[in-house]
Design a protein around this ligand. Structure first.
Ligand SMILES: [Zn+2]
Length: 288
């Protein structure tokens, strides 16, 4: 993929002033002009490149004799996929128990001195990557994974929190792979490649482009759940997944469902935190 997205600037429909690719509100009148991550993924350059790749994936599935499975997989993604954020047990408990608590990404937590940095090398790399992808709004992005079965990545936390679609669908975009790997692979400094991004509406196209190679004759839903993202549970560098970028804040009311990471050894305190958070979440859900 060599084509790059053009600057996604626009004209405010309220005051006709120009706004830039990274603006969420018009700099002249503060009118909301759309979430910048979603605007980029919804640009005609990206959508056209994504559809082109989708048609190639569909052709490949047809020629391999698994068109029926391709279409079933497509339906399954549209019906079942959701965004899961993995978080440490203590943060989960706090988020559920404290109504005015806002979930924060790593950069925000370090800036607020709520956690200590994981070291200069990790920090510098993380800032460089999120800066390349999101520029001045990088600290507004929360990261999750597109999932088919409510599970997330154990490499990022002990609790998998499935988010309520109604709270995130307008402000979430998706990237074909882990942003670290994406930035490493492409020459991002000269612009973001297109065809690798999706909105809530087009996420199934992106998933089929990425996963068509796994589709085989006679497969069922569970076969697809097993390849939807890959992780060995230990090394983040080996994780392969569709990354979700959620613009703005998340609180207890954004969470639909939570579960402890299966197959992960948890300490007594972590188990207690998770149990307390989950039972509180069930009570909160009854009131929705
Ligand atoms: Zn305006």
């Amino acid at each position: 993929m060599t084509s790059k997205g053009s600057p996604n600037t626009g004209i405010c429909c309220n005051c006709e002033s120009k706004y830039s690719e990274n603006d969420e509100t018009c700099p002249a009148c503060s009118n909301h002009v759309g979430f910048p991550n979603v605007r980029f993924s919804d640009s005609s350059e990206n959508v056209n490149a994504l559809i082109e790749r989708f048609l190639l994936a569909r052709k490949s599935a047809k020629s391999r004799g698994c068109y029926k499975e391709f279409q079933e997989f497509r339906k399954h993604i549209k019906k079942k996929s959701g965004v899961v954020i993995s978080m440490p047990a203590g943060i989960f408990r706090d988020l559920i128990k404290t109504p005015n608590k806002i979930y924060r990404n790593y950069e925000q937590l370090v800036q607020a001195s709520e956690i200590s940095s994981r070291g200069a090398q990790f920090d510098n790399l993380r800032h460089a990557i999120s800066g390349c992808l999101f520029g001045s709004y990088n600290n507004k992005i929360a990261y999750g994974v597109l999932s088919l079965n409510k599970e997330g990545l154990p490499t990022y936390g002990d609790v998998f929190c499935l988010l309520r679609p109604v709270t995130i669908e307008k402000r979430t975009s998706f990237l074909e792979e882990n942003s670290y790997r994406f930035v490493e692979k492409h020459n991002i400094l000269s612009g973001r490649p297109v065809g690798n991004w999706a909105t809530w509406r087009t996420k199934h196209l992106l998933a089929l482009v990425k996963l068509e190679r796994f589709i085989e004759k006679g497969q069922k839903e569970t076969d697809w759940e097993n390849v939807f993202f890959l992780t060995n549970g230990k090394d983040r560098n080996l994780d392969d997944f569709i990354e979700a970028h959620i613009y703005g804040s998340i609180n207890y009311s954004s969470i639909e469902n939570a579960m402890p990471a299966p197959n992960k050894k948890l300490g007594r305190l972590e188990k207690l935190d998770i149990e307390a958070g989950m039972s509180r979440l069930e009570k909160l859900k009854e009131k929705r």
